[in-house]
Design a protein around this ligand. Structure first.
Ligand code: ADP
Ligand code: ZN
Ligand code: ZN
Length: 729
């Protein structure tokens, strides 16, 4: 028998030794199924030690090798190790990210045949009579129309609702299961535009760096042709026989983008990886990546852990986007891990953005990242004109200023589309009593309840608590309850009154909760079946709506009041992105921002499309306050049912932290403060901020502090370390 050291998905900072038959050669990264006490777990071999601290007689043998799963390749193992160390998280749990979710249970997978479907005669007849509005079904029908069998995975890629539609068709005999046909060799040549000079320079630099590690910052305004640069560089990598990994923010992973890549690179096998994919399909995608079969892996942050034996290029689009940070468990920033992965593999990585994160800009200025600027728009037409109008004037109706109303009316008359964007942060409508100032509050969280007019209820956006809208004030009995602030619903109502003839739709997390709604809304927008859209963040990213020429922004000023030091950085990025939505095609666009502070430097930089000036003022502020990127931060977050429990825990952690900080130079440990939302879902919350001029001493400090926390945290306190926190609440 030989020894295997196995990382297991349990919340302890150690690995476990098991025995395995000596005959078979084993390398780190192999998955094994083992028992730990009464549990059966999937683990990953991380080492082959010669000695165990545990006496041999008490060691268990593994149950089996989990060879139904791809092995964790050496670079992903190294990436997980790095992430576990850096983010102060158990290796066994970090490694879960390197195993497809289907495999994470302790029991072996049933061998699955990849399914395919074929249209039946009944189906062919039925689909001919589809109602015209059933555009999602029509897409699937078109894919199956030739009569050949199509892989299930490919059909599912059509839309988020495809799974449900296929199940229905299968039940009604419209389609039947078929043996999957061999995936035909794909062919065709790359369909890419002639690059302009800046694009060509960028592509040349990236291609020239093939087979060496180099981080590029592709900084280009919206519509400067960044995506074309990614695609050209990707085509070159694929032509060399390599795989490309492209990460996009969660919200950007649209069928539109996948289609665009398929059209541009018709010869490439493209695989999607994101958390909304059914587990079985994610396993298929994972295998295709692991076997080197998938040439282009397009995914959200979790794809940074995908096995890619022939990886040749990494792309991170919208690298500044918040959704690259995982907010629980392994609190990693996928952009940063992508850079580390490229370094492990010795391949180039391209970070693209119109508004690079201050952290990224900082690296570029230090010469560690190579800046590739795309200063001009790639397509004809000026960037949209930006206008600032007063948020509150005498003629404001329902929150919409006169100037914005006039622009909306004119746009409607021209038959063009408009978007009203509400900056949602801290801008949800709550309920207030005009007589006694009572406000509807969640009893489990220190947060106001949000009014949902459609369902006539109040809902907590933090814990999900729901209650009916009261008829009268519960405190003083007055019946004059005012919804305060603007939600998308209320705005939608106002617009319907102002523009009764307009076709209006709301696009937010509420209105798109039902699966597939989002896809059909997108289609309706593209088909010009809508005139005015009311939306939140969802509407902002990754879409190209040729008919959209006016964007109105409400509530932008909220970010100026925010306690979060990144709020203004985010606002600028967001406004730049919304502006990019206006007038992308041949029609000129206009952006109207309602604000009480038109002279604020942020808006002034925005008017001039001047990212540099904005970044300069942000960096000056960060330098002065010693905030990232001019320093590094970590948070110890804690929550408990009793306030006294977190108070005493954090007081002890603070004392210990100060003691330890004396040994590591330049680390400061601040006293505990209540989180901005001091109660959430019935738990009291507080945190300790740690600040350091440099990463190394912070890492040394955190390692030692964590060891103390593991040993000393009481059972009734939940705690977590958040390294490079993105939100300080
Ligand atoms: P970004 O990713 O920077 O927002 P895109 O790559 O999406 O920009 O380009 C914006 C539009 O300009 C797209 O329709 C794209 O096809 C087009 N485009 C980009 N580069 C060129 C080029 N060199 N020649 C012609 N059209 C281009
Ligand atoms: Zn009252
Ligand atoms: Zn709540």
């Amino acid at each position: 028998m030989k020894l295997l050291r196995v990382a297991l998905p349990v919340p302890v900072f150690r690995e476990f030794d098991y025995l395995a038959p000596a005959a078979e050669a084993v390398l780190p990264g192999r998955c094994v199924r083992v028992r730990l006490g009464p549990r059966r777990l999937l683990g990953v071999v991380v080492d082959l030690p010669l000695e165990s601290p545990v006496p041999r007689a008490t060691l268990l043998a593994i149950d089996s090798y989990a060879d139904d799963l791809p092995q964790v390749p050496p670079d992903v193992l190294a990436l997980a190790r790095f992430a576990a160390d850096y983010y102060q998280y158990p290796l066994g749990l970090a490694l879960q990210h390197a195993v497809p979710p289907r495999g994470r249970q302790g029991a072996p997978l049933r061998a699955e045949k990849p399914a395919a479907y074929r249209l039946t005669a009944a189906g062919a007849a039925g689909l001919r009579n589809l109602p015209a509005r059933a555009s999602r079904q029509a897409q699937l029908a078109a894919a199956l129309a030739g009569g050949q069998s199509i892989a299930r995975a490919e059909l599912l890629a059509n839309s988020p609702a495809a799974g449900a539609v296929l199940a229905r068709w299968l039940a009604s005999g419209w389609i039947e299961l078929a043996a999957p046909e061999q995936d035909p060799e794909r062919e065709g040549t790359a369909l890419l535009p002639d690059l302009n000079a800046a694009q060509a320079t960028a592509v040349q630099a990236i291609v020239a760096a093939a087979a060496s590690f180099q981080t590029f910052l592709l900084h280009g305004v919206t519509a400067s042709g960044k995506t074309e640069v990614y695609l050209s560089a990707a085509a070159a990598a694929i032509a060399r026989g390599q795989q490309v990994l492209m990460l996009v923010p969660e919200i950007n992973l649209t069928p539109q983008l996948a289609d665009r890549i398929r059209r541009a690179l018709p010869f490439a096998r493209i695989v999607l990886l994101h958390s909304n994919l059914p587990d079985a399909q994610r396993l298929v995608a994972w295998r295709q990546a692991a076997e080197g079969d998938a040439q282009f892996v397009l995914g959200t942050r979790l794809a940074v852990f995908a096995p890619l034996p022939r990886l040749g290029l990494v792309v991170v689009d919208e690298e500044h986007d918040m959704s690259y940070k995982q907010q629980d468990g392994l609190r990693y920033v996928a952009r940063d891990l992508a850079v580390y992965r490229a370094r492990l593999r010795g391949v180039p990585v391209v970070l693209g953005s119109a508004t690079p994160a201050m952290e990224t800009l900082w690296q570029a200025r230090a010469g560690r990242y190579l800046l590739l600027p795309l200063p001009e728009r790639a397509i004809a037409g000026a960037p949209p004109a930006i206008r600032l109008v007063p948020q509150r004037d005498k003629q404001t109706i329902g929150g919409i200023a006169a100037a914005l109303r006039a622009a909306l009316a004119a746009n409607l008359a021209r038959g063009e589309q408009s978007l009203l964007f509400i900056n949602r942060r801290g801008y949800a409508p709550s309920l207030l009593c005009a007589a006694c100032a009572w406000a509807a509050q969640c009893h489990r969280c220190s947060a106001r309840l949000v009014v949902h007019l459609g369902e006539q209820c109040l809902r907590c956006h933090h814990c999900g608590h729901e209650e009916p809208v009261p008829r009268a004030c519960p405190r003083c009995g007055d019946q004059d309850l005012l919804p305060l602030g603007f939600g998308t619903q209320r705005l939608e109502g106002v617009l319907r009154e102002l523009f009764p003839a307009a076709r209006i739709a709301r696009v937010d997390a509420d209105s798109t909760r039902r699966k597939g709604t989002w896809a059909s809304l997108l289609q309706a927008i593209l088909d010009r079946e809508l005139d005015i859209l009311v939306g939140t963040q969802m509407m902002v990213k990754g879409h190209d709506f040729p008919g959209l020429t006016l964007v109105g922004v409400l509530g932008a000023d909220n970010a100026l009041y925010s306690a979060d030091f990144r709020a203004t950085e985010r606002l600028f990025a967001q406004l730049t992105q919304v502006s990019g939505r206006a007038g992308r095609a041949d029609l000129p666009g206009e952006v109207i921002i309602q604000t009480d502070f038109p002279a604020h430097p942020l808006y002034q930089s925005l008017l001039r499309h001047d990212y540099e000036a904005h970044a300069e003022s942000l960096l000056a502020e960060r330098r002065q306050l010693e905030l990232p990127p001019c320093s590094r931060l970590a948070l110890l977050r804690a929550e408990a049912a009793q306030r006294s429990a977190i108070e005493s825990f954090l007081a002890a952690a603070h004392a210990e932290g100060q003691e330890l900080a004396r040994e590591s130079g330049g680390v400061r440990v601040f006293p505990a403060v209540a989180a901005r939302m001091a109660r959430r879902a019935g738990f009291e919350r507080a945190h300790i901020l740690v600040q350091s001029a440099a990463m190394r001493p912070l890492q040394d400090f955190l390692g030692a502090w964590r060891a103390w926390l593991v040993d000393n945290a009481p059972r009734n306190v939940r705690w977590a370390l958040d390294v490079d926190p993105q939100e300080l609440d």
